[in-house]
Design a protein around this ligand. Structure first.
Ligand SMILES: NC(=O)c1ccc[n+]([C@@H]2O[C@H](COP(=O)([O-])OP(=O)(O)OC[C@H]3O[C@@H](n4cnc5c(N)ncnc54)[C@H](O)[C@@H]3O)[C@@H](O)[C@H]2O)c1
Ligand SMILES: [Zn+2]
Length: 262
C-alpha cells in the first residue's frame, strides 16, 4: 500500500536544523522483536512484563529472569534492522547533529548505522555486576547457551569475575532510575530541538515519556508515527498512523528531496 504523507510533513523534517528521533519498541516490531504487550509467549505467557522486569523478580528468582533475558537477547541477535531503523540513520545523514533517543534495549539502531543512540533503558548487551554500576570488560555477555527460537528456559546468571556476585541484565527495570548521563543528554536534546519525531512508543512509560513533552513545551514540532492512538496524539502536530517500516522511508525520502539531496 502506498503511503501518502499529509501536506507539509516532509518539508517540516527537511527544513529542520535540530532533530530528535525518539523511538520505542514499535520500531523493532517489524524486525520480529515484539513489544512488551506481545512479548510473553511460551514459558513466559503466565507472566506480565511488569512481573519479570523488576529487581524484586530478579532477586526472588534469578534463573527465571536471566532466562527471559537470554531468550530476548537470542531473538534480537537473530533479528535484522528494518527499513524504519535504516530511515532513522538516513535522517542523521541528512541533518547532522540529529540525536536518536531510544527506549529499546536492542541494538538494531546501531546495526542500521545510527551513530550514538542514547539508550534510556540500557541494553541487553551490557550485563553488569549487581554490586557495581560500571560494566567491567571481562564480563561474559552471554552464558553461551543457545536459546531455542520459540522456547526459553531458566538459566542461572553468571557470576561476577571480580567479586563473585550475580551478574544482572544491564537494563533499567521498573522502579529503577534511568542512567543519569543518558537522561541528561536526552533532556538537553529535547529542549533544544525544532522537530521531535516519536516512533513506535506508547508514551506510557515514565520518565522516558516526558521527552516528547519537553520538546513540545520548548517550542518544537512533534511528529508521531504509530499505528495506534497514544497519549502523545495530543501534542503531535503531525500524526502518521501506520507502521514505522512503511511510513518512515517515504517520509525521509521526501525530506531528502525537499532538501534538494535526492
Ligand atoms: N525492542 C526492545 O528493545 C523492546 C521490546 C519490548 C519492550 N521494550 C521495553 O518496553 C518498554 C515499553 O515502552 P515502549 O513505548 O517502547 O513500548 P510499548 O510496548 O509500550 O509500545 C509499543 C508501541 O509501538 C506501537 N507499534 C507497534 N507496532 C508498530 C510498528 N510496526 N510501527 C510503529 N509503531 C508500532 C504500538 O502501537 C505501541 O504504541 C520500554 O521501556 C522498552 O525498554 C523494549
Ligand atoms: Zn562484582
Amino acid at each position: 500500500m502506498e503511503t501518502v504523507l499529509p501536506p507539509g510533513a516532509a518539508e517540516l523534517l527537511g527544513r529542520a536544523r535540530r532533530v530528535v528521533v525518539f523511538t520505542g519498541a514499535g520500531i523493532s516490531a517489524e524486525s520480529g522483536v515484539p513489544t512488551f504487550r506481545d512479548d510473553l509467549t511460551g514459558l513466559w505467557a503466565r507472566f506480565d512484563a511488569e512481573q519479570l522486569a523488576t529487581p524484586e523478580a530478579f532477586f526472588a528468582d534469578p534463573e527465571l529472569v536471566w532466562g527471559w533475558y537470554e531468550w530476548r537477547r537470542a531473538r534480537v541477535r537473530r533479528a535484522q534492522p528494518n527499513a524504519g531503523h535504516l530511515a532513522v540513520a538516513a535522517i542523521e545523514d541528512l541533518i547532522p547533529g540529529t540525536v536518536v533517543i531510544t527506549q529499546n534495549v536492542d541494538d538494531l539502531h546501531e546495526r542500521a548505522g545510527s551513530r550514538a543512540p542514547v539508550h534510556l533503558h540500557g541494553s541487553l548487551f551490557a550485563p553488569r555486576c549487581v554490586t557495581e554500576s560500571a560494566h567491567p570488560a571481562d564480563f561474559p555477555t552471554t552464558t553461551g547457551e543457545e536459546v531455542a527460537d520459540d522456547e526459553g528456559g531458566r538459566i542461572a546468571p553468571p557470576r561476577c569475575v571480580r567479586c563473585g556476585a550475580l551478574v544482572r541484565p544491564g537494563v533499567v527495570w521498573f522502579g529503577e532510575a534511568l542512567p543519569g548521563a543518558a537522561l541528561t543528554a536526552a533532556v538537553e536534546a529535547a529542549s533544544a530541538c525544532d522537530v521531535l519525531l516519536t516512533i513506535g512508543t506508547s508514551g506510557l512509560v515514565y520518565p522516558a515519556a516526558e521527552i516528547p513533552h519537553i520538546a513540545a513545551h520548548s517550542g518544537a514540532t512533534v511528529m508521531q508515527i504509530n499505528p495506534q492512538p497514544t497519549p502523545l496524539d495530543e501534542i503531535s502536530a503531525v500524526n502518521l498512523r501506520g507502521s514505522a517500516a512503511q511510513i518512515l522511508p517515504t517520509l525521509v525520502r521526501a525530506a531528502w528531496e525537499f532538501a534538494g539531496k535526492p
